[in-house]
Design a protein around this ligand. Structure first.
Ligand SMILES: [Zn+2]
Length: 354
C-alpha cells in the first residue's frame, strides 16, 4: 500500500518523502523498530513510490512539493497504488522488488549470493531495483560479510532496505553503511481505531490495542483475539490461588511460569488490570479504563482496596516483568509476586466474577 495508507510512523515517512522529493536516494537504508509496526509496509511503499508508472514520467529531484491531504494525484513521493507496478509490488510479484526472509532460523550466504547476482543485472522493467531484507539481524556472519561487500560497491539504481528490530545484532560496519530510519511502537489509540474500523467491538478493541505493545501485527494475531477469555481465566485463577494456602500459591506460580512467552503477556494483563483499579480508585473515569468491558468488576474491586495497596501491587508486577527480561528465574519470581499480592490484596479480589 502507498504511504498515504500506512498507519502512524509520520517521522519515518517524512524522512523517506524527503529522499523522494529531493531525489537523493541512498543505496542502503536500515529500518529499525519493533516487530509489527509497519517497517515492511513502508519499505514496499518506498519501492512503489520509486517505481510507480503514474509518476515514472516525473523527473526525480524536481518536486512540486507536498501534496494536499486529499491526494488523488500522485506525486513523486507516493505511488498511485493502482498501476501495474504498484499492484505487482504489493502482491510480491514485481521482478525488480524482492523481499528476502530468513531461510529457517537465519539469512544464509546463498541467499545473499543470489541477491548479489540479481542486483548486478539491469532492472527488468523498473526504474529502481529494491531488495528488502526482513529480519536482517538474522544474517549469518558469512552472509553479513558478503552483503557488506555489495554495500561497499553498490550497483546503480539499486536500493537495499534492511529491516530489523535489533540494530545491536547487526555488524556495525553494515549499519554504518545504511541510512537509519527509526520506526516507533504505534500509539494505542491508532491501533484501537484500526481495530474498530475492521469491525471490532470498541471495548474489545481498546483492550487488545492496549496490550499489543504498539504492534499492529501483534494486535491482529490469533493469540490476541482470545485475549478477553485469557484475561478472565487468568484473573479467576489468581483470585482462587490468592485465597488458597502457600502450597496452592506455589503450584499456581509453577503453572504460570511454565511458558515464558505467555508469562510476559499474563503479567501485562495483570498490570493493565491493576492499572485500571488505580484509575477507577483515583479518577473514576470509565473512558480511561483498558478493561472497559469489565468496568463493573473493576469499579467494585477498586472500592474494596486502598490505593497504596494497588500501587504496591503494580510496582511488584512491573519489577517481575523487568527481572524476567534480565533472565530471572520465572518460577521463583512468580512465587514472590503471588505472596506479595496475597499480602496486598484482599482474598479473591482479582476474580472477575467475584
Ligand atoms: Zn503506481
Amino acid at each position: 500500500m502507498p504511504f498515504r495508507d500506512l498507519i502512524g510512523q509520520a517521522r519515518a515517512i517524512r524522512f523517506l518523502h524527503r529522499a523522494l522529493t529531493t531525489g537523493r536516494i541512498a543505496h542502503a537504508y536500515l529500518f529499525s523498530g519493533p516487530v509489527g509496526v509497519g517497517k515492511q509496509a513502508a519499505a514496499l511503499a518506498f519501492a512503489q513510490a520509486l517505481n510507480c508508472e503514474q509518476v515514472a514520467s516525473v523527473e526525480f529531484g524536481v518536486s512540486s512539493g507536498y501534496p494536499t491531504p486529499d491526494t488523488r494525484h500522485p506525486t513523486p513521493m507516493d505511488g498511485c497504488g493502482e498501476c501495474r507496478a504498484c499492484r505487482n509490488i504489493a502482491n510480491g510479484q514485481h521482478p525488480d522488488v524482492q523481499v528476502i526472509e530468513p531461510d529457517g532460523a537465519t539469512v544464509k550466504i546463498e541467499q545473499i549470493r543470489t541477491l548479489e547476482a540479481d542486483a548486478a543485472l539491469v532492472p527488468y522493467e523498473a526504474q529502481w531495483k529494491v531488495f528488502i531484507l526482513n529480519r536482517s539481524e538474522r544474517m549469518t556472519e558469512q552472509a553479513a560479510n558478503a552483503l557488506l561487500k555489495t554495500l561497499e560497491e553498490p550497483p546503480r539504481r539499486t536500493v537495499f532496505i534492511l529491516l530489523t528490530s535489533t540494530v545491536s545484532a547487526l555488524l556495525p560496519t553494515i549499519a554504518s553503511r545504511c541510512q537509519t530510519v527509526t520506526f516507533s511502537p504505534l500509539p494505542h489509540g491508532q491501533i484501537e481505531a484500526l481495530l474498530t474500523e475492521k469491525g471490532m467491538e470498541p471495548s474489545r478493541a481498546r483492550l487488545i490495542a492496549s496490550l499489543s505493545q504498539g504492534s499492529i501485527e501483534r494486535a491482529l494475531s490469533p493469540e490476541m483475539s482470545s485475549l478477553p477469555t485469557t484475561r478472565d481465566l487468568l484473573l479467576e485463577g489468581l483470585g482462587r490461588g490468592l485465597q488458597g494456602g502457600p502450597a496452592a500459591l506455589v503450584e499456581l506460580a509453577e503453572k504460570l511460569a511454565k511458558d515464558r512467552e505467555k508469562l510476559q503477556q499474563q503479567l501485562e494483563i495483570l498490570s493493565a488490570w491493576l492499572r485500571d483499579l488505580m484509575v477507577a480508585k483515583a479518577s473514576g473515569r470509565r473512558n480511561w479504563l483498558v478493561n472497559d468491558d469489565r468496568h463493573e468488576a473493576v469499579t467494585r474491586q477498586a472500592e474494596g482496596v486502598p490505593l497504596d495497596a494497588i500501587l504496591d501491587g503494580l510496582r511488584a508486577v512491573h519489577a517481575v516483568m523487568e527481572n524476567l527480561v534480565r533472565n530471572a528465574n520465572p518460577r521463583l519470581s512468580m512465587e514472590d509476586l503471588l505472596l506479595r499480592l496475597r499480602e496486598l490484596l484482599p482474598s479473591g479480589l482479582l476474580s472477575v466474577s467475584a
